[in-house]
Design a protein around this ligand. Structure first.
Ligand code: DX5
Ligand code: ZN
Length: 221
């Protein structure tokens, strides 16, 4: 399995975003995770398509856009145009999940579906062959810097075993409270796309942190 480290720019210094992008890429980031929040699906408000376009303008690695917004299908084209390479919508926000995933693929992008911690895996059961990635939230979405919810380890294991049984090579992304010291736990459970915000941007030496994460991933996989 291929493993990817995706620093979440939510914890970057927004006043120096281009520099932060370059720094984290130089440090070994595989993807740039961008958190879009609307103040409705989640309590926080962050950024929209123009800032995604600015990030894309200085990015060398793929841009992974996590939409934490209501009615995400209304904005798929705008984020695709802004340069998102992966677009993830929440199952809780998109009643026609299959249609949303199909549209993302039609736009030539990778399609992800996300689940809040309390949402059962059954919410994605019938779209697993329509998506490239399932994002399991390991905190309640809305803010960086929260603690990993330990019950999510079992959820990751269960999804990975369901995917294996179905013979599907879908990525499992985990997001929330992941740091160098607990990345082994989620990788052992079956996650392969690791989002980390404060766990990377909250440290002094991004390169050292990412190298440590990668070493822990290698040992656990
Ligand atoms: C939370 C976001 C995350 C967040 C993770 O709603 O989806 O991507 O930035 O931050 P950490 O890694 O600090 O928990
Ligand atoms: Zn996120």
């Amino acid at each position: 399995m291929d493993y990817y480290i995706a620093p979440s720019l939510l914890s970057a210094d927004f006043g120096r975003l281009a520099e932060e992008v370059r720094a984290v890429e130089k440090a070994g980031a595989d993807l740039l995770h961008v958190d879009v929040m609307d103040g409705r699906f989640v309590p926080n408000i962050t950024i929209g398509p123009p800032v995604v376009a600015a990030i894309k303008g200085c990015a060398a690695v793929p841009v992974d856009v996590h939409l934490m917004i209501v009615e995400p299908e209304r904005y798929l084209d705008a984020f695709a145009e802004a340069g998102a390479d992966v677009i993830t919508v929440h199952a809780e926000a998109a009643p026609h999940l299959q249609r949303a995933a199909a549209r993302i693929r039609e736009l030539g992008k990778k399609a992800g579906v996300a689940l809040n911690p309390s949402t059962s895996l059954s919410a994605v059961e019938w779209v697993l062959s329509d998506v490239d990635m399932v994002l399991l939230m390991t905190v309640n979405p809305g803010f960086g810097g929260q603690a990993y919810l330990p019950a999510m380890t079992g959820k990751i294991e269960l999804l990975r075993s369901q995917l294996s049984r179905a013979g599907l090579a879908v990525d499992i992304q985990v997001d929330g409270g992941i740091k160098a010291d607990n990345v082994s736990e989620v990788v052992r459970a079956g996650a392969n796309v690791i989002v980390s915000g404060s766990g990377i941007f909250g440290t002094k030496d991004y390169g050292k942190t990412i190298a440590e994460m990668r070493q822990n991933i290698r040992r656990a996989s």
